[in-house]
Design a protein around this ligand. Structure first.
Ligand SMILES: Nc1ncnc2c1ncn2[C@@H]1O[C@H](COP(=O)(O)OP(=O)(O)O)[C@@H](O)[C@H]1O
Ligand SMILES: [Mg+2]
Length: 235
């Protein structure tokens, strides 16, 4: 089976006035379907930039990125939108929930975009809320939720599209260690039970070592790809 993610000689350059930032400098790697991958590196190493490109939110300056058989540089904008609605889901560093919508409505949004009908949507959202243990928080707005709960809503919203790939940017960044561990267990169990490919960005080297494959970035360059043992996660 071909890899679900193929990155070849990826370069991303930002130009600011006269300065050029090489956010990603000749990166190549592959991810197999169902794999649990961590991308690790210090702040500023290019992790978020890489995730934005994999999530089809940013375009490469050069190089090739193929996601689930689609070459992103050749895809039309409607194909890219379709990928975001059905193939790749991103869990953002700051959760990116819509403040005026409650948890239920935030999770429902991608289903509305997919034109799912109202009755079916309700069943699905209730199921998703239950799967992240938030059945009693559906009517809470993001400001009425704890950090860990917000992250669970973001995970449920990502799961709503039945993605083949979940991209998670610093999923435990702002959380207390105990809550962080619950979130990691949830993400790892999604990878294991649903077979969803999980690519997780972190600056936490201990967490990164718990993935099956660890990709290390430094100053925009890929410095190593390590196969790690991964860790068996109890549910
Ligand atoms: N939109 C942008 N414009 C200019 N420079 C950027 C932009 N986004 C990121 N950068 C720069 O690219 C580098 C990598 O950033 P980023 O991918 O956010 O790193 P990380 O997520 O590892 O902290 C940094 O030097 C950052 O300042
Ligand atoms: Mg970042």
């Amino acid at each position: 089976m071909p890899p679900i993610v193929e990155v070849q000689n990826l370069v991303k350059t930002y130009k600011l006035d006269s300065r050029t930032v090489n956010a990603l400098d000749d990166i190549s790697f592959e991810v197999e379907k169902g794999e649990l991958v961590s991308i690790v590196g210090r702040s500023g190493s290019g992790k978020t930039t890489l995730l934005s490109i994999l999530g089809t939110m940013e375009k490469p300056t050069s190089g090739k990125v193929v996601i689930n058989g689609t070459d992103l540089s050749k895809a039309s904008s409607s194909e890219l939108v379709a990928m975001r609605r059905g193939t790749v889901a991103t869990i953002y560093q700051d959760y990116n929930l819509i403040p005026v919508l409650n948890a239920f409505q935030n999770i429902e949004l991608p289903l509305i975009l997919k034109n799912m009908d109202k009755t079916e949507r309700k069943v699905k959202v209730l199921e998703l809320l239950e799967s992240v243990q938030l059945s009693d928080r559906g009517d809470h707005k993001p400001s009425e939720l704890s950090g860990g709960e917000r992250q669970r809503v973001a995970i449920a919203r990502a799961l709503a599209i039945n993605p083949k790939i979940i991209l998670a940017d610093e999923p435990t960044g702002d959380l207390d260690p105990e809550i962080a561990e619950d979130i990691i267990k949830l993400l790892f169990s999604i990878n294991k039970d649903l077979g969803t490919t999980l690519i997780m960005v972190t600056h936490d080297f201990n967490l990164a070592n718990r993935a099956e494959k660890k990709i290390s970035l430094k100053h925009g360059k890929l410095i190593s790809i390590e196969e790690t043992h991964g860790q068996v996660v109890e549910k």
